[in-house]
Write a protein that binds this ligand. Structure first.
Ligand code: NAD
Length: 508
């Protein structure tokens, strides 16, 4: 057992990240090939590993264990043993553990941010923002942990008393994506631990080191062995997913990722009827009415569309601008986008990093070419940036975008802003809702009646009114339609990990 598998402390990161010194690029630091199971650092039984690459340079960062079905079963069994004890800790005890984990994240924020920049590509400032956001879930849920209780219900039967008990659902399988390597995990693990569940997290293959670093911090926080297990797999992911979703001991799956994989996992969960939360893809409408503060709308669109180079599930994907302010909005928006500095996220002054991999780049390019071919105008960008590295794409603004284009139907998940023109409120609400998914939606207006009306009519799980940023540990996060179900963050997030047991007392 290594005290710390060179994930956080051998570094390093904070010392070398600013200068991009040679040590930061030394892959030997990341060749320990261990995952965190039952409080120990363990290798895959097969000894197999997979490679992790820096999306900015394409260079090898290191390798990680390729966990298979057998390894996953072991992790689940471990979590089941730990559950028997952990569920009986008091809320106050669980709260203290989460709080300690939060404190350690804050103490190690620079290292964690450097890890995120390295394996995900987002610029240092964004990575630091993610660490704060991620840690805040632990803080939030540490505060919820002691305040979880049921009700006393007046019975309709004379002499009876009815109570409800809130109980942890059991062992949870958590599967997260690469776009927020820390926050997607803390948003699930925080509420799970708050109520007394134990977890097996399948870390994303593109960004496994941040989750493993979080595991190290869990260890240092004194979280008991088996309560938090973090496993990795790239090629064997379907097998790992199959075991997590079919093993009878796992009572809950929480998944964040693409809609097709979410549907597959739901099918697989049906055999053992697991509790399920799915946070899936979006295709967010972003509407600018002609009564909006246009400068505020531009600022909101920049934040919503281009954060993480457009690789967030709540990114504005379809920007609808009312005819009277269309040209003004397009000109002001494009002028701001022109000021972006694209590059390696470690370099000072860089505002936007690379995309995660070649597949992402292909999709973005295909959306731009499709729009161009169908009559859209490329106002800005539209091309790859091979001089910067393998995965860079110019921040792109398109005007004259219409409903027949690929980017209207499907989330681009990249730095492409397509501007549609509309005339009436009814028309734009209909266009906004004309998609099978419904995660986030945004609109800008100063008309108080319209603000309420449109918020109620958008078929999404989350609405930003006069803001492009909606993520907050205190607010319920989740979608409707094919964006999934279940809520994360807030008091609602806690409920996802509990079952309500009813007890009737007779003869009182
Ligand atoms: P993805 O669905 O391919 O992968 C997500 C995770 O699922 C990864 O850890 C991956 O290894 C794992 N996975 C893939 N196939 C699996 C299988 N058969 N069994 C078990 N696990 C499996 O998605 P992605 O491309 O990595 O992430 C981007 C997508 O995630 C986008 O569509 C985006 O909208 C969505 N997303 C949604 C949210 C949200 O909260 N709603 C947040 C971030 C990303």
């Amino acid at each position: 057992r290594s005290a710390l598998p060179a994930i956080v402390n051998s570094c390093y990161y904070s010392r070398f990240s600013s200068t991009m010194g040679p040590k930061l690029r030394d892959p030997s630091l990341f060749k320990q090939d261990v995952c965190y199971v039952n409080g120990e650092w363990v290798k895959a039984r097969s000894g197999k590993t997979f490679e992790v690459h820096d999306p900015a340079t394409g260079q090898l960062i290191g390798t990680c264990p390729e966990f298979d079905a057998h390894d996953t079963e072991k992790a689940i069994e471990t979590a089941a043993v730990a559950f028997d004890e952990f569920r009986h800790k008091t809320g106050r005890e669980r709260s203290k553990l989460l709080r300690k984990w939060y404190d350690l994240m804050v103490e190690n924020a620079d290292d964690l941010a450097a890890l995120i920049t390295w394996e995900n590509g987002k610029p240092t400032a964004d990575a630091k923002g993610e660490v704060t956001y991620a840690a805040n879930f632990f803080e939030w849920f540490s505060e919820e942990a002691p305040r979880i209780y049921g009700n006393t219900i007046p019975s309709s039967v004379p002499g009876n008393r009815v109570l409800t008990l809130k109980e942890p659902v059991g062992v949870c399988g958590l599967i997260t994506p690469w776009n927020f390597p820390a926050a997607m995990i803390t948003r699930k693990v925080g509420p799970a631990l708050a109520v007394g569940c134990t977890v097996v997290c399948k870390a994303p293959g593109e960004t496994p080191y941040t989750p493993l670093a979080l595991a190290e911090l869990a260890h240092r926080a004194g979280i008991p062995p088996g309560v938090v297990n973090v496993i990795t797999a790239l090629h064997a992911t379907p097998e790992v997913g199959q075991v997590l979703t079919t093993h009878p001991t796992v009572r809950k799956i929480s998944f964040t990722g693409s809609t097709p994989v979410g549907k597959l996992l739901m099918k697989q969960c049906s055999g053992t009827l697991k509790k399920l939360s799915l946070e899936l893809g979006g295709n967010a409408p972003f509407i600018v009415f002609d009564d909006a503060d246009v400068d505020l709308a531009v600022a909101g669109a920049l934040a919503s569309k281009f954060r993480s180079s457009g690789q967030t599930c709540v990114c504005a994907n379809r920007l609808y601008v009312q005819r009277a302010v269309y040209d003004e909005f397009a000109a002001k928006f494009a002028a701001k986008v022109r000021d972006f500095t694209v590059g390696n996220g470690f370099q000072p002054g860089v505002t936007h990093g690379p995309l995660i991999h070649a597949r992402a780049l292909d999709k973005v390019e295909q959306h731009v070419r499709d729009a161009e071919g169908k009559g859209a105008t490329v106002v800005l960008g539209g091309r790859r940036m091979p001089d910067l590295g393998p995965n860079f794409f110019q921040p792109t603004v398109l005007t004259g975008v219409t409903a027949d284009m690929a980017l209207a139907a499907d989330e681009t998940f990249g730095p492409v802003a397509g501007l549609f023109c509309f005339d009436t409120e009814d028309e734009v609400v209909a266009m906004a809702n004309a998609t099978p998914v419904g995660l986030a939606g945004y609109f800008f207006s100063r008309d108080v009646h319209r603000v309420h009306r449109v918020a109620e009519h958008l078929e999404v799980g989350m609405v930003g009114v006069n803001t492009g940023l909606i993520s907050d540990p205190a607010a319920p996060f989740g979608g409707v339609k094919e964006s999934g179900f279940g809520r994360e963050g807030s008091l609602y997030g806690v409920g996802e990990y509990m079952v309500t047991k009813m007890v009737t007392y007779g003869g009182m």
